[in-house]
Write a new protein. Structure first.
Ligand SMILES: Cc1cc2nc3c(=O)[nH]c(=O)nc-3n(C[C@H](O)[C@H](O)[C@H](O)COP(=O)(O)OP(=O)(O)OC[C@H]3O[C@@H](n4cnc5c(N)ncnc54)[C@H](O)[C@@H]3O)c2cc1C
Length: 485
């Protein structure tokens, strides 16, 4: 790369964007602004980073559009986002030298691969004499900040949150992003297309029908959340047929918003009006923090159960049932609706995530890691900390987990949380005309009702791939083998 001269006498800071693809409440940008520095914005795509947990297809789709949007916003401020492919520890010192940067500023990551990358960057910069400074740009608190009474990490959410809760009052940085000054006309080693983020499979194209990927869209989503969601969150959040949750998760995953911005917006609405229910919503942001606390302290948990004895669980190897589950063809409509929503939109309602996860690990006796991998590839909000925590919770092998013996019944879960069958029918149009009474167990409908409703079991909609009572008994028997260990 050819070195470009620095015509201005201002100091230059590389701001290395990672999981914080935004301009507001970005501590590294704030530091550059406070230091009167011109900014060289950089993103580096290292497809090897993360190994088996390198971003999945849906996540890469989101990243592609996030970078396009961030690049446009920076261009409006007469700068341009430098894109490079390769290892950050190699690329960053090279870019720093080429553009005569005085310092590299960045937000910390807390997953094992992100930590390894930043350690390598620190080492490389140290030996090249380049200064660095890192910040917390994606969490309310550092994962190591809160410890239990004996100085150990928490493994149960309630006491963790009791101790951590004041972090919701931590305020976003108060600078005005319009004042950020970017170095103009920087050459970029790669174009966005050259990063090759968009999956080859055209599946991702439909995601664009469901999501607008930009920092501005994230803020609209926060506005919608405080106006329409938080007031009734406690009562509506469990019902997948209504828009009762924030849908902020993908914006948090790549950092179009920070959790501080979300908390501030919710607390402000609480102070200004008579909102109720917000606190329940903020507890969920607490679960995100707790997930990072666990991942940081127990970095093996994306692959290994937190409770070691579950490593001996007698999981089955059943590729046919795994496929049925992945593509929403188990014959259990609440499960199939969720899996189809995921495949179509890159997102699934939390209640349904719990139902489908339970079904995979209990009814099908398939390893939770298989489910976590499928979610990882198909979720636009894929997040190693939350996904791991969610799957280990469902499999009963994680911190604060649902006990394995508590087996969700996919029929009654549908009756309870989708009482009119709207969600199931929306995602499984084959069942549109089936009377509500049979929507969550079509095989119990008399053949005349099935015929009238246009449902052909094992024709246009599958019969159940396992029998619920038998599957339940089999799961409990599998658990019993573990107890003997
Ligand atoms: C098996 C399983 C896998 C999951 N995988 C992921 C994942 O990869 N990425 C992800 O962001 N969430 C994951 N979750 C948690 C949760 O389902 C989603 O965060 C939530 O559905 C996102 O929708 P929302 O933004 O409308 O949430 P809201 O209900 O509006 O909650 C607001 C925010 O709180 C956080 N949050 C909510 N619930 C949880 C939770 N249980 N654990 C951690 N954080 C939470 C999210 O950041 C969310 O955006 C998983 C849950 C399960 C059961």
């Amino acid at each position: 790369m050819i070195a470009e001269s620095s015509p201005s006498s201002k100091k230059r800071a590389i701001v290395w964007f990672r999981k914080d693809l935004r301009l507001a409440d970005h501590p590294a940008l704030d530091a550059a602004l406070q230091g009167g520095m011109e900014i060289i914005p950089v993103f580096i795509w290292d497809e090897q980073e993360g190994g088996a947990w390198s971003p999945g297809a849906a996540s890469r789709w989101w990243l592609h559009h996030s970078l396009a949007s961030l690049g446009n916003t920076i261009e409006q401020k007469r700068g341009n986002l430098i894109l490079a492919k390769g290892q950050a520890a190699v690329e960053l010192p090279r870019i720093a030298q080429a553009h005569q940067a005085d310092i590299i500023l960045y937000g910390r990551c807390y997953d094992p691969a992100g930590i390894a990358t930043q350690e390598a960057v620190e080492e490389a910069c140290d030996s090249s004499g380049i200064s660095t400074e890192s910040f917390n740009s994606s969490l309310l608190q550092e994962p190591w900040e809160t410890k239990n009474g004996t100085g150990k990490p928490f493994q149960v959410f309630t006491p963790y949150w009791r101790k951590s809760r004041p972090i919701i009052y931590r305020e976003p940085a108060s600078y005005d992003p319009r004042k950020l000054s970017f170095v103009p006309n920087l050459s970029s080693p790669s174009t966005l297309e050259e990063l090759g983020l968009l999956p080859e499979h055209p599946w991702h194209q439909k995601l664009g029908n469901h999501w607008e990927v930009s920092e501005a869209a994230a803020h609209q989503q926060i506005e919608r959340t405080v106006e329409e969601v938080t007031q009734s969150y406690a009562t509506r959040r469990n019902h997948p047929s209504v828009d009762g949750t924030s849908r902020l998760s993908p914006y948090l995953a790549w950092g179009q918003v920070s959790p501080r911005q979300i908390c501030q917006a919710v607390l402000q609405a609480e102070n200004e009006g008579s909102h109720r229910g917000e606190n329940k919503f903020l507890v969920e942001i607490g679960w995100r923090e707790f997930s990072y606390h666990l991942l940081y302290h127990f970095p093996n948990i994306p692959d290994q159960p937190l409770r070691p004895k579950y490593a001996n669980f007698p999981w089955l190897d059943d590729p046919d049932n795994l496929k049925r589950w992945q593509f929403g063809k188990t014959g259990y409509p609440m499960v199939d609706a969720g899996m189809r929503q995921l495949y179509e939109t890159g997102w699934m309602h939390n209640r349904v995530r719990m139902v489908v996860a339970s079904f995979l690990v209990k009814h099908l006796l398939l390893p939770w890691q298989e489910g976590a991998r499928w979610f990882w590839d198909t979720l636009v909000d894929a997040d190693l900390a939350s996904n791991t925590q969610g799957w280990q919770w469902a499999a009963g092998c994680g911190a604060d987990a649902a006990p394995y013996f508590r087996i969700f019944n996919p029929i009654t879960q549908g009756d309870k949380f989708d009482a009119r069958g709207e969600y199931a029918r929306r995602w499984i149009p084959e069942l549109e005309k089936l009377p509500k009474k049979f929507v969550f167990s079509p095989w119990t409908a008399p053949s005349s009702v099935l015929a009238e409703s246009g449902v052909d079991l094992d024709g246009n909609y599958p019969g159940p791939c396992v029998d619920h009572p038998e599957a339940r008994a089999r799961a409990l028997a599998a658990l019993a083998t573990l107890k003997q260990i």
